[in-house]
Design a protein around this ligand. Structure first.
Ligand SMILES: O=C(O)CCC(=O)C(=O)O
Ligand SMILES: [Fe+2]
Length: 248
């Protein structure tokens, strides 16, 4: 809910998730910026611009080069925000909207890159105490607080995502009631497990994508530096995914 004139500053959604936003009443003016242009809206201290319509040109001298889209969203209209697209939103009139964020295998790599970027910022901020005992664990602690997720949290997230697809690999396809499956347009019960449209091919593809990200986590030097058994857990997950891929 937002009153006339209120606005949401320029940002990228949490964990580089996707979002949709449906307007119940009022209008919203959206400015959407495709990825790959961070250098244009980041100042020399690493801070990004707060507003694209009112900013200090000396801090952001190249902001005018930004490629962006502007649109008006009316009542009953839904806007989809792709992963990694920065945006700023202004309410025109009193506004009520409902939105939802989500991730899947297709933006997992983006999410991991974002975590890596945040990690570097935390390391930089704590650079004066780099040599202290337990430095890497402190970095993880601050990362978790700042970004809402540390490396162990990211691993748990990936493991959960993998478990969904591993479950689909192992599931016996249960037939839906005929009328229901016809209405939903599924070709066969094998295509539909727990209501998701998932062919064996798409499960396979998802697990391959997830495995590629888990491989990055495995070879990331940070994974070995953190205390605890993250490295072993990552190794075990890769083994499980590989076994499932070979079987299916
Ligand atoms: O409606 C707003 O003010 C912000 C919406 C937004 O940022 C989003 O849906 O990702
Ligand atoms: Fe957003």
């Amino acid at each position: 809910m937002g009153g006339q004139g209120t606005w949401t500053p320029f940002h990228e959604d949490v964990f580089r998730s996707y979002s949709w936003s449906s307007n119940i009443c009022g209008q919203k003016r959206w400015i959407l910026v495709p990825p790959g242009q961070n250098h244009l809206f980041t100042d020399d201290q690493g801070n990004w611009v707060h507003s694209l319509v009112d900013y200090d040109q000396t801090r952001f001298p190249r902001l005018f080069e930004l490629k962006k889209f502007e649109l008006m969203q009316g009542p009953g209209e839904t806007v989809f925000v792709p992963s990694g697209w920065w945006h700023q939103v202004q309410n025109i009139g009193d506004t009520i909207s409902i939105n939802h964020n989500w991730t899947n295998e297709f933006n997992l790599r983006r999410m991991y890159d974002r975590l890596g970027h945040d990690l570097q910022s935390v390391r930089y901020a704590l650079r004066d105490v780099t040599g202290m005992d337990g430095f890497e664990d402190q970095v993880q602690l601050v990362l978790g607080i700042n970004s809402g997720m540390d490396f162990c949290g990211f691993f748990m997230f990936v493991k959960h995502m993998a478990a969904v697809y591993l479950g689909h690999c192992n599931a016996d396809p249960r037939p839906l009631p005929a009328a229901d499956s016809e209405a939903k347009g599924y070709k066969s019960a094998r295509d539909c497990v727990d209501g998701y449209f998932l062919s064996p091919d798409s499960t396979h593809r998802a697990l391959n994508i997830i495995d590629a990200v888990v491989e990055m986590l495995e070879s990331d030097p940070t994974t070995a530096l953190i205390s605890g058994d993250l490295k072993d857990k990552v190794f075990d997950l890769r083994k499980t995914i590989k076994q499932a891929l070979h079987k299916s």
